[in-house]
Design a protein around this ligand. Structure first.
Ligand SMILES: Cc1ncc(COP(=O)(O)O)c(C=O)c1O
Length: 497
């Protein structure tokens, strides 16, 4: 039933790959083998078809089709893109570390953060567009990198060959989520990747009528391990959905060509529109990574992201749309639009999202900024008061309120990361504790800060930098406070005492 497509053009392989003909009837289409099990002749044999979790002819046709299209050793079909990712991540074990590209799909982040982390597989986000920063993110435990290019949703382009070379130098497996490109536009295995995965729900299915995931591996040993995982964990694609997916893939070339043509027109139109602040489309000459995209992919793809101008009300934008539907997902024949911060990327903590540039856009930030400014002023005064007393606190407050740089910096810092007021509050508490006369309170304070630091390190290693800064501040001040302790405490009795 399997066919040999070697030597065929890609668009021919789309139509004829995977299945040649049905042995029994000559059926041109892959039949739906809607069966859970197969009759066996006797005990002790090794039947080709045994049980449909282990193997099913319709699914097998799809698996061999995608393996051919991605130029890999073997393909595997799963019940969703995330089931495919779960199977791939099951290649790793407790103690392993995985590097994710910064802009990954929210569900990938959630899978690592809320599921695999519980099994001792840690991860961190890395900027895959900056080779030095990316290489610095490797640890001796890093066993794989999982990247998207262009990445969801800011369409950040990564040089797959370059990161694969770095990863292989560190002995890490290269996994590429090729959902946004499909093998028609980009073939990661030929660029150095070891594993390619797809949410086939998207362009491969192409009609928004199924949920599926596909994996293709480069070599036979990975194929053997993944086949074992697929059968052991069991998140396989059903025969009917396998049939639908084969049907969708047959028209991939014509759909992707037209999608990309339309996407580029829309991107250029939006880029010139006064209501739009920024457009992200790798096919535009001005886009980040455009040259790399041209080198490793056929065109810029069919996804366009954009930010509305700040004065436009995003809440009015969505209801005013005609033809384009507000919905999660992508890759169907119809045009969809989504708001990543509240939809596809809601699973990523706001702070992490904003750090990589996925903003909420329409939140009433002016009110938040005013509150943050007031909180900043209060904390500044309070720290100064704790250090030197009321009069000094008042002077610092007065000086800072007269200084425009203060407003600009507080406004900028507070509106960008909510962790800063929290850090300021901790610093305030630290100063209060360390300026205490009681050695017991200072001792308890010191212990609690060390515990906070250790927790912060394990919970979110990226938060370690501000925490180190905080501890550094506390210890710097500690010496000065002890030197002046008698004077300060005589003049301003502390609440802690
Ligand atoms: C890039 C990418 N990878 C993986 C997934 C998950 O796929 P599925 O929804 O089929 O589980 C998605 C879903 O939106 C996606 O956009």
């Amino acid at each position: 039933m399997e066919s040999d497509m070697s030597g065929m053009k890609f668009s021919t392989a789309l139509i004829h790959g995977g299945v040649h003909e049905d042995g029994g009837t000559g059926s041109v289409n892959v039949p739906i083998y809607q069966t859970s099990t197969y009759a066996q002749e006797n005990i002790g044999g090794v039947p080709k078809w045994e049980y449909s979790r282990t193997g099913n002819p319709t699914r097998a046709a799809l698996e061999s089709l995608i393996a051919e299209l991605e130029s890999g050793a073997a393909g595997f079909a799963f019940a969703s893109g995330l089931a495919a990712e779960t199977a791939v991540l099951s290649l790793f074990e407790s103690g392993d570390h995985i590097l994710l590209s910064e802009n990954v799909y929210g569900g990938t982040f959630r899978l690592m953060d809320k599921i695999f982390k519980n099994f001792g597989i840690t991860f961190s986000l890395a900027d895959t567009t900056d080779a030095a920063a990316f290489e610095a993110a490797f640890t001796p435990q890093t066993k794989a990198i999982l990247i998207e290019s262009p990445a969801n949703p800011l369409l950040t382009v990564t040089d797959i060959a370059a990161v694969a070379e770095i990863a292989h130098r560190h002995g890490a497996l290269v996994i590429v989520d090729n959902t946004f490109m499909t093998p028609y536009l980009q073939k990661p295995l030929t660029l150095g990747a070891d594993v390619v995965l797809h949410s086939a729900t998207k362009y491969l299915g192409g009609h928004s009528d199924l949920v599926a995931g596909l994996v293709v591996v480069k070599d036979a040993s990975l194929a053997e391990r993944l086949a074992f995982i697929q059968n052991s964990t069991g998140g396989v694609l059903a025969p009917f959905d396998s049939f639908l997916l084969i049907r969708g893939i047959r028209t991939l070339a014509v759909r992707m060509d037209r999608h990309a043509l339309n996407a580029e027109k829309i991107a250029r139109h939006l880029a010139a529109h006064p209501a739009v602040r920024k457009v992200y489309y790798p096919g535009l000459e001005t886009a980040q990574g455009h040259a790399i995209q041209e080198k490793q992919a056929k065109n810029g793809g069919a996804m366009v992201s954009f930010e509305l101008a700040p004065e436009r009300d995003i809440k009015k934008f969505f209801p005013a749309l005609r033809v384009v539907t507000l919905a999660e997902s992508l890759g169907g024949v119809e045009s969809l639009v989504c708001h990543p911060a509240t939809m596809t990327h809601a699973a990523i903590p706001k702070e992490t999202r904003e750090a990589v540039g996925i903003t909420d856009g329409y939140l009433p930030l002016t009110v938040l900024n005013m509150l943050a400014l007031m909180l900043g002023a209060f904390l500044t005064w309070h720290i100064a008061y704790r250090l030197r007393g009321l009069a000094f606190g008042a002077k610092v407050l007065l000086l800072s309120t007269l200084n425009p740089i203060y407003y600009v910096s507080v406004f900028w810092v507070y509106s960008n990361t909510l962790s800063v007021p929290f850090m300021m509050a901790l610093l305030d508490l630290a100063v209060t504790i360390y300026s205490s006369k009681s050695p017991l309170i200072r001792f308890i304070g010191g212990i609690s800060f060390s515990i906070t630091f250790i927790f912060a390190y394990f919970i979110r290693p990226t938060a370690v930098i501000p925490v180190i800064a905080l501890v550094f501040c506390v210890f710097c001040y500690r010496g000065r406070l002890f030197a002046k302790e008698t004077l300060i405490n005589q003049r301003f009795p502390k609440i802690w005492d």
